[in-house]
Structures are given as C-alpha cells and as structure tokens.
Write a protein that binds this ligand. Sequence first.
Ligand code: SF4
Length: 432
Amino acid sequence: MADSVKIQGWCPTAWKPMQAQDGWIVRIRPHCASLNVAQWRALAELALAHAHPQLELTRLGNIQLRGVHASQLGQVRSQLVAAGLVPANADEDLAPAVHCSPLYARHDLTHQLAQSLSHAAATRLSPHALQTLGLNALPSKFGLLVDDEQQSLRDIGADLRLHVLPASAQTEHFAPRYALTLGGSGKTHVYANATEAIEAAVQIAIWFASERVRGNQQDDRQAITRLQQKLAYLPQDLPALRTATVLETSPDASATCPLTPGEHGRHFVLGAPLGRVNAQAVLLLASHLPPNTEIRVTPWRSLLVANGATTIAPKALDSASWIVESRDARSRVSACTGSPGCTQALMPAQQLALQSAKHLPEGMHLHISGCAKLCALGKEATAVVYASQSDAAQLLLNAYTAAQPQARIQIPFQAQLSEPAQIQELIHELSI
Ligand code: SF4
C-alpha cells in the first residue's frame, strides 16, 4: 500500500488553535525566543491545570500546550495574554511568526533586528494590515527568521531570513551591514542598515501575498504556502531590492547545533528529551532561579538558562526530565507525536524512541515516526524508522539511513511484543 499522509492545513497559534486526537493544541511563539521565569511558571501551571502535563518545544523554537479541552480554550488564552506570552488581539497573533536565534546578547544588533522585524510583521503583515491593502492573509506556514551572525539556524526553514553580517564581512568603516536571504534562492541581499533590510522583507512578503492568488484557482492558492514556490516571478525592480548588493550564497549549507546540553560560558543549556518538558520539572527549575532570570527556547530541543552556569545545580534537577550532558543517549533520538496523540499514528513513536536510545551507537541520531508523514524530522537524523501499513493491513516498520534514503529495510511490526528489539534489529541492519 502506498504511504498515504494527510496534510493538516495550518500552524496553530493561541488565537487559532488546532484540534488533535487528544484535544486542542495551543502554540506560543516566544518573542525573541525569550521567556522569564515567571512566564515559564505560568505556562507550567496552565499545562498542569488545563492540558497534558508536558510542554512541547517545536523545531522552530515555539512552545505548545497539548490536550486542551475545548471548554478551557478561552481561559487558557486569557491567562497566556495576562502572562505576556500571547498578544492581546488575534490580529497580531495571526501575523507571520518571527523566529529568532537564542544566540544573542540583550540589546545587541541581532536582538534589535529581531525586535524591529517583529514589530514590522505585527503592524504591516497581520491579516488586518493586508486586508487594508486588499489582500488576503499570508499562509500560516509563511515565516520570518532572525539568525545570529554565525547563522546557526541555517538548517531551519524560513521564507525570509535576516542576520547581521559578522564583523569580518563589514565595511572598512566597521559599519554594520544586514543580510536578507530569500528562502531557497541562493541569493543574499545586503543592506547598509536594518531599516532597509526590514523594509525589503516587508515588501517581498506583501508581493507574495498578492502573487500567490494571481490567476490561480482556490485549490492552487491553498497549495502555495512558501515564498520559494513563487520566487521565480519576483520582480527584481521591487524598490527595496534596488538598494541592495547581491551575494551568491549556498542556501542549504548545513549547520551543527552549537548548544549541546551543559555549561556554555555563563549560560547553562538544559536538553529536553524528545523536545518535551515536564511541567512539574519546570516548576522545580523555576524554584531554583531568581524571578527575572531569562530562559530562552532553542530550536534544538533545549532551553538556554541565561547566566545559569552559577545557578543551575544539575544534581538538584529531575534527571528523567532534563538532559544535562551531551553524552546522554536521549540526545540521539527524536520522534513525532505518534499514538495516542495523533490520529494518523500507527505506533507510539515517542515511547519507542526513548526505549531505543540506549541501543544507538555514538554519532547516530535516530528519528522515529508514527507514519510516513515524518513530522518534525530534522537534519540531524542519520537514520529514520517509520510505521506503515501493507496492502493486507499488516503494520510494517520501515528504516533507512539519511545517506541512502532509497535503500529501505522493512520488517513486520508486532506491537505489544518486543518493539525495542525490532528497532534494534533494524538499527543493526542499517549499521552494517
Ligand atoms: S508523522 Fe507522527 S505526528 Fe505526523 S501525522 Fe504521522 S504519526 Fe502523526
């Protein structure tokens, strides 16, 4: 049987949550990747009172509450607004997301760029702002990103990506310059100041909002969600593009995660197994930290505790909930939601991933997926196992390495018997 997957329509937010098998998903998009301890405490308490007792960290640095009952959605949103975690109006919440690298110093140029771009997205690219131009809202998957100077997030997909050029690439007068990369184009536009770079990003987003509906039927419009799909038609005489210097770049150069669990100078990075953080463990962590401590969300399934090297005592933390050193085997696995949380899941992907972790050799990263859709599959995965169904409705485990995606191994899946042993068998075969 062909692997059939159902594509969900949108990325959830707090004002437009998404229904899953186990309740509603409410997504929080942290401003500049940062929350303070009081906000983390508010989130953890909401999870314990109204959702699953785990906070999910997404690959874009968002945080999700899962399993919220429909009758609680209004109350949850009010409390998120009161905690300063979500905009007070739907229009701002439904503006395109601006994701941000956690690797900045407060008030440095990267931080200022992220703040200014967030403001521009909220005021000029929200559904209402576009409506005043006679345009429909941008698709919810459309996203902007502010990277750090080292471009640590270049593996993370974004339609419009901005960063401050490193000092080595600045002009001889050491004036900062700003780069704007258009998703998948292989071209970077360089600007002399942040205002011009942000203006260019806004103009391109507005152009995309009008271009995606031009001459297309309703179904085609729905399918056009990313800038890359329309880049070939981008007019090079767009006013904001004319002021830029254009550099050819390699859009898909891969980045390695610069933040493994443990101490990083003054900061401490706490890994979250499979990107899920136990709400009780968050409350325990918060009780050890000064209330104004900043805890940033990273796109690498971890939290960066600012200045945490002196305040975090790893032994005082719940070891089942946190990864405090990079050699922890749980760093070598990832998984989608799987069953029972996802309607399309054919197996409990998270449980299998945690059970399989200790069997993985160093240097291997295994992603386990409950179906062929492969949600949340990251570039760090060196091997993938997913479930599918045969024509005779038999459950199958499929495995392949990232180096040879076409060479797939398949074995029958015997749920309830010895799942980790079956995964082990596949890993062994893949390693040969
Ligand atoms: S990959 Fe996982 S989360 Fe995505 S649809 Fe399949 S089972 Fe669900």
